[in-house]
Design a protein around this ligand. Structure first.
Ligand SMILES: [Zn+2]
Length: 180
């Protein structure tokens, strides 16, 4: 269990349901849980995986889990778009020093998510990534300047478009201090 992430504290006895956690939240919960580093999935292990997810979520507390998961999603998004900032790289490596474990946790979470429904609230949270140091694409403005050629036109148009990294009319992204 990575000591950097987990601080045992008084957790109010709120029961956490798997359905109420997004895929990224399930990944982070597994990462901090008792799941062995070299765990291999076997058929029928679903209840075991679920118990680890609930364990990890309880350890972190929901608020912290939500934030860590949103930052993880933001990092993964930026990584895929090849625009992760140095701030993001460093914060991510500090939060999740065991890359193989994070990878395994992510794959196991996806496996669980294949068979477990997800509440609307959890799904919606899963679509709201956060970025260390602000969105690397729009720097928090929620929009980017783009050029495009409209269908059937020969000329280019340009203007502000919603940021593809943090879409939405209200941009909730702000600089979040490293939680770990
Ligand atoms: Zn953005």
């Amino acid at each position: 269990m990575p000591a950097t992430l987990v601080t045992l504290h008084c957790v109010p006895s709120v029961s956490i349901a798997l359905e109420d956690l997004s895929n990224a939240e399930r990944s982070v919960a597994l990462y901090v849980s008792d799941m062995p580093d070299r765990y291999r999935y076997r058929r029928g292990d679903d209840a075991l995986l679920e118990s680890w997810i609930i364990q990890g979520a309880t350890l972190l507390g929901l608020e912290r889990l939500y934030r860590l998961a949103a930052l993880l999603s933001g990092y993964q998004l930026a990584w895929m778009e090849k625009c992760a900032s140095t701030v993001q790289e460093q914060a991510h490596a500090q939060r999740f020093p065991k890359t193989a474990r994070l990878d395994r946790a992510g794959r196991m979470a996806s496996l669980v998510s294949l068979n477990t429904p997800m509440s609307e609230a959890a799904r919606a949270r899963g679509l709201r990534p956060q970025f260390d140091g602000g969105c690397p694409t729009c720097e928090g403005s929620g929009q980017v300047w783009e050029r495009w050629i409209a269908p059937g036109c020969d000329w280019e148009e340009e203007g502000y478009q919603p940021c593809p990294m943090c879409p939405g009319p209200v941009n909730p992204v702000r600089c979040v201090a490293v939680a770990a």
